[in-house]
Design a protein around this ligand. Structure first.
Ligand SMILES: NC(=O)C1=CN([C@@H]2O[C@H](COP(=O)(O)OP(=O)(O)OC[C@H]3O[C@@H](n4cnc5c(N)ncnc54)[C@H](OP(=O)(O)O)[C@@H]3O)[C@@H](O)[C@H]2O)C=CC1
Ligand SMILES: CC(C)(CO)C(=O)C(=O)O
Length: 300
């Protein structure tokens, strides 16, 4: 049984707390009340109490050391959350990041020692919070974990076994490729659904076809420059497949914009724009969408 600290009690943090607490001792770092009970709810069954301790930052000093630190905050919150937690990392531990979009891994790699393994967890499970203390589990999907530094790559299978309470979890030796594949889906769906205030399935209408092709063409040019194995036809096919499977859902970015919250646009189209500058590749469609979504709410 590992001692796991989940940083962030959002939808994904609560879903993972629910599943992992079946096999491990789980604490969840929250900025909200620590005394309220949190609940997990799914379509077919009654709500269940999440069997984890909810703690605030100033309680961390007095707790025994954790083995695993799992960051389930938004992409643009990782650096500040990590800065708060760094002093509590033991010499030997595992750090796991889980968010949509790119970024953060290179910065965190430099902050960890050779005994601190770094992993990335991508997940297609879906949930939302119906209030501050209840998570609704709305979709079952695969989760994949892969190592991001030497120790993480070496131990990725062991880590997947340790976190096997997460449904449909597998290990990958090429997590960067998988992250990029997920990025392509998010580029095709998130900003356009947010801009036009529509459900994912509505993006299959013909008027969105050319912009989706242009956005993904730019992203594929970046992937090639990074020697990743990506083709436009596969990127389009995955994006339209997810649109069909999540046709009735609003994307996370649509929900962020609708609730006037900061979005993850910098880690999605912003990443393509930034990499375009680095590799001298033009990315006008991603640049334009980045500007339009950033104008709605500053993400940083
Ligand atoms: N929800 C989903 O179905 C899916 C989400 N994802 C991705 O997973 C990531 C998390 O998503 P989601 O759970 O929906 O996002 P939320 O915004 O619901 O959760 C993030 C949580 O982190 C908390 N937080 C941020 N910074 C800190 C900090 N320094 N210390 C403590 N808590 C902190 C926030 O607290 P506060 O409320 O106080 O700001 C918030 O509760 C995102 O990248 C998302 O794109 C991926 C697949 C599916
Ligand atoms: C896969 C997709 C697009 C599902 O809505 C998603 O990851 C999101 O909304 O952020």
């Amino acid at each position: 049984m590992a001692k796991i600290l989940i940083i962030g009690d959002g939808a994904i943090g609560l879903l993972l707390a629910h599943f992992l607490s079946a096999q491990h001792s789980v604490s969840v770092l929250t900025r909200k009340s620590t005394s309220n009970t949190r609940f997990y709810s799914s379509d077919n069954s009654a709500s269940q109490k999440i069997n984890a301790s909810f703690i605030s930052l100033n309680e961390l000093n007095s707790l025994p050391k954790f083995d695993v630190f799992l960051f389930t905050v938004k992409a643009f919150q990782v650096q500040s959350a990590f800065a708060q937690i760094k002093q509590f990392l033991p010499q030997h531990c595992s750090v796991v990041l889980s968010h949509n979009g790119m970024g953060n891994v290179e910065q965190l790699k430099c902050e960890l020692n050779e005994h601190q393994a770094l992993y990335f967890l991508t997940t297609s499970m879906a949930g939302f919070k119906s209030n501050q203390y209840i998570v609704q589990h709305t979709g079952n999907g695969q989760s994949i974990i892969g190592g991001c530094n030497n120790l993480g790559v070496k131990n990725s299978k062991i880590m997947a076994d340790q976190l096997t309470a997460i449904p449909l979890l597998n290990a990958s030796m090429n997590i960067e490729q998988l992250r990029f594949n997920k990025l392509l889906v998010n580029i095709a769906i998130n900003p356009l659904s947010a801009l036009h205030n529509i459900k994912n399935g509505q993006l299959r209408e013909p008027q969105y076809c050319s912009i989706i092709i242009n956005l993904l063409t730019e992203a594929c040019n970046i992937a090639k420059a990074k020697n990743l194995d990506v083709t436009l036809i596969n990127a389009l096919s995955s994006a339209y497949d997810v649109m069909a499977r999540t046709a009735e859902n609003f994307s996370s970015m649509q929900q962020d914009v609708a609730h006037n919250r900061a979005t993850e646009i910098m880690a999605i189209c912003g990443y393509i724009s930034e990499q375009g500058k680095l590799h001298n590749i033009k990315t006008p469609f991603n640049d334009e969408l980045l500007a339009k979504i950033a104008a709605k709410k500053s993400a940083v």
